[in-house]
Design a protein around this ligand. Structure first.
Ligand SMILES: [Zn+2]
Length: 291
């Protein structure tokens, strides 16, 4: 299916961008661009073909990634599970692509938000991948499994509660399968962790390389293509705005200099593109896909 599975290669690694479905968010302007000056935001939206007054909803894909390195079968993020009416499609999309779920040996969680860890568990609250090794940044695990302070977030209280409950319900059951990292270590050969705090305290990007080709998995460092152009505009769910802006600038600069292929979890499917320097910021250039 055109907007659910997309195969590509990074050197000798076989990769699959795979959708867990989509989720529709109300009030996209304050949600995505919490601090954007009104006039400039409106001009930018118009330049992207969006009528600010009429923009009542924003539908985002949830894009996970499978990497077959030849030695390891790695899954990056597990989607949202039963969060919304159109989420939780990861497993069926993997199967449709011929991937045997039990062969996935490593699962990397970029951060603890519901759309990234919601598929960790099955309908009974048990690990959905009982034989895999899970990997997460230590600060991220510590944050969600202690008493997370979400006071600064400009979102409804019931959504804050949902974030915490969802994280606990999907993290604690995989505790026995978990490796926590606190260094930019190589998780499996060719896949290196990159510390990218801001969106959450232990948000992790990945630098994937094979035979001289690069893929930078930036997860939620950027949530909308406009964040690439306007890296100072943070989202209501970005826990530390200052850190998120620094992290974004560092990642986008790296992507542009290295001419790396970039995968972003929330950008239009398949979420793959390149980043080019433009003025004070950068520009998102999605790859050309056929079909
Ligand atoms: Zn997300």
């Amino acid at each position: 299916m055109g907007n659910e599975r997309y195969r590509f290669k990074v050197g000798s690694f076989e990769c699959l961008a795979v959708s867990d479905g989509t989720f529709t968010y109300p009030h996209p302007i304050p949600f995505l661009f919490a601090n954007a000056p009104k006039e400039r935001l409106e001009q930018t939206l118009l330049a992207h073909g969006i009528q600010p007054e009429q923009w009542a909803e924003w539908t985002s894909p949830y894009i996970c990634l499978v990497i077959d390195t030849g030695k390891h079968l790695v899954l990056v993020d597990t989607g949202a599970g039963g969060l919304g009416p159109n989420t939780g499609k990861l497993l069926q999309n993997l199967k449709a692509d011929g991937i045997a779920i039990e062969n996935i040996d490593t699962i990397i969680l970029t951060h603890g938000h519901p759309d990234h860890v919601g598929g960790n568990t099955d309908g009974e609250g048990k690990s959905a991948f009982p034989h895999a090794r899970f990997v997460m940044w230590k600060d991220e695990w510590d944050f969600w499994t202690s008493e997370p302070n979400l006071a600064e977030l400009k979102i409804d209280e019931h959504i804050k509660e949902l974030l915490v409950t969802f994280a606990r319900n999907n993290l604690l059951p995989i505790q026995g399968q978990l490796d926590l990292i606190d260094k930019e270590t190589e998780i499996v050969p060719g896949i290196r962790a990159v510390s990218t705090p801001g969106h959450t305290p232990g948000h992790m990007a990945l630098a994937i390389s094979s035979m001289g080709q690069q893929l930078l998995v930036i997860s939620d460092a950027v949530i909308h293509p406009i964040h690439v152009e306007q890296p100072d505009w943070y989202a209501a769910v970005d826990l530390s705005p200052e850190q998120v802006v620094n992290t974004r600038r560092r990642l986008l600069n790296r992507a542009a200099i290295e001419k790396a292929l970039v995968l972003a979890f929330h950008l239009p499917f398949p979420g793959l593109g390149q980043v080019a320097q433009k003025g004070e910021g950068w520009q998102w250039r999605p790859i050309e896909t056929t079909g």
